[in-house]
Design a protein around this ligand. Sequence first.
Ligand SMILES: Cc1cc2nc3c(=O)[nH]c(=O)nc-3n(C[C@H](O)[C@H](O)[C@H](O)COP(=O)(O)OP(=O)(O)OC[C@H]3O[C@@H](n4cnc5c(N)ncnc54)[C@H](O)[C@@H]3O)c2cc1C
Length: 360
Amino acid sequence: MRNHCDVLVVGAGPAGSTAARYAAEAGLDVLLIDKRKEVGLPVCCGEFNASREVLAKALPGAPGLDELFPVDPGLVQRPIRGAVAISPGGREYEFDLPGYTLNRDAFDRHLANAAVRAGAVLSLETTFRGRDGRRVITGRGTVEAGVVVAADGPLSPVCRSAGMERNTVLAPAVTCRVDGEFGDRLRLFFGNSVAPGGYAWVFPKQGCANVGLGVQGRKTPVPVLLKAFLTRMGFTGRDVQAGFVPVSGPIPETVRENVIAVGDAAGHVVASNGGGIATAMICGRLAGLAAARHLLHGDPLHAYEQAWRAAVGRELLAAARTKRMADRILGSDFLLERTMAVLGGRGMRNVIVYGGLREP
Ligand SMILES: Cc1cc2nc3c(=O)[nH]c(=O)nc-3n(C[C@H](O)[C@H](O)[C@H](O)COP(=O)(O)OP(=O)(O)OC[C@H]3O[C@@H](n4cnc5c(N)ncnc54)[C@H](O)[C@@H]3O)c2cc1C
């Protein structure tokens, strides 16, 4: 592996591959590393992405949506029309939510390939081990880098190496695949017997569904809750994977020394629904552009912090606030039932999709 680069990106998920692509397109020498053997595998995601129109409404200050979306039609598994939120007592609240499901591994590969086409060098099975100033120690040797992009997911050893405050609340989540036909609506199940502090989902794909759940403050392990949910639904699940969703909002500082944090590493997740693919890409683009402007034109690296906050900061903070408020309600099925009845479908959409910021 090379021992010098302009930008070292750690993590070839949506955030890292997008950052690598934009830095490479600007003419920089970019090395993109990932500890995995294959990009995107194993899949640990619900695999749903909202349409560009919904993203534009949810994140009105986000630049680059036309460049990043729409997604290549070949990557879409199933177009999604809307969602149904199901209360603990079984009442259904429908709302519009145009979007699509993906095969997340193919999607991640597509993004990594775009980075490589732009000139980035991808090195798999290469684990970040630590930093000593500009020198980065990996499982395959030491690399000297002008800028290091921490795109290494919610636990982010790179952020830790820079002394950045990391995500404070990590919601455990688990997902699997269930064969069958499931229509064109997402189904979200609420209630403490199903997914305490969160929700369980059935997201339709082609000939199967992504089924999973995310929780908070739970005592029962998520695989046990998933098993109970599958039994209740009469489903047989396979390819079970568990992970974490950062739901405390963005970390307070995303630039320190020559390190910039992006995606789950930076808490760039819409906490009211746990979605982070689109925000990882929006902020990944800004990270790649900021690294390029810093190294090519001497702009301060801190411009990145201002750029992503202007793009999505208000919305991510609002969604985290809404999630904290919802936590009080999610703890009681009685309150949940009442609140869902008051909100109705449109109100649920406002809370879940728009973090409480848009008029129902
Ligand atoms: C169960 C579950 C369901 C979800 N469902 C959805 C959904 O339906 N829609 C949605 O929008 N979001 C969803 N999310 C959130 C979404 O998956 C993340 O927000 C998104 O993947 C963030 O992208 P990222 O590039 O920041 O991080 P990741 O995709 O996590 O990529 C990080 C990469 O860093 C690599 N890495 C980690 N440590 C190291 C190291 N030390 N050295 C080298 N490489 C390293 C990892 O291998 C990984 O490839 C879900 C999350 C979970 C856990």
